[in-house]
Design a protein around this ligand. Sequence first.
Ligand code: NAD
Length: 257
Amino acid sequence: MFRLDGRVAVITGAASGIGAATARLFAEAGARVVLGWYPGDPHDVTPVAEAVTAAGGTAVAVEVDVSRAADVERLVRVALDELGGLDVVVANAGIARRVPSAELSDDDFRRLLDVDLIGVFRCFREAIPHMRAAGGGRLLATSSIAGAHYGWPDHVHYTSAKAGIVGLVRTLALDLARDGITVNAVAPGVVVTPQSSDPVNSLGPAALEAFAGAVPVGRNGRPEDIAAAFLYLASDEAAFLTGQTLIVDGGVSLQLV
Ligand code: NAD
């Protein structure tokens, strides 16, 4: 169950957090992976590539800024040329920025959308012709309960992008259903990663610890919790599931207060 033997997966934001855990898990499930990593951040992709190799897999690391179409084209080209195909895209790269809504400029709004929403679409669009030609594929994205389910004060651009992913996967799922391509998102709750550990733009360590107590299952998410959902969505067993945003949050969105 949930094997990816012989599949090629492109994962963005693969040098850290959810993307890194997804790359490791996909490799353990038999996939060869292209690790999209962003040189503007301090994350080192080498340990992720080493973990993939240790799991018996193959990894190719590619620098990518998902807000640049040429970078995304190159990312997909590497999958095709060096690994021989493209079966799964996990468009996971994202940024969170804390800005009071009344002070948010058009440029700052656009810059975030360019990564968190249009960046997802760019990765999907680039993959579609190849998946069509191959008779199918899996297009997967990382949304968030912030936007897909809740608001998040001072993050109007982030929540707009993450809610936008909900609509994006619905429409693309219809557009691509007859091509054997399913399109889904995961909306994580609070997961301990570099993003959520940033006290300026997200929760930070103290608030993360406090939040864990409010989660019905009694802890915050781990990157591996989200990777496991992506593995299911990428697998053959998820062939009848499309256009959905799967909330993976330890039950936190079930509570009224
Ligand atoms: P993270 O910061 O470790 O991962 C984000 C990754 O995206 C980083 O590796 C970063 O280098 C990369 N990135 C940033 N800008 C990029 C760009 N322009 N081009 C390509 N890559 C870029 O944090 P994470 O929590 O693992 O985030 C992964 C995804 O999960 C993000 O989309 C995030 O919004 C989403 N998410 C996180 C949480 C959480 O609690 N951690 C909750 C819901 C959703």
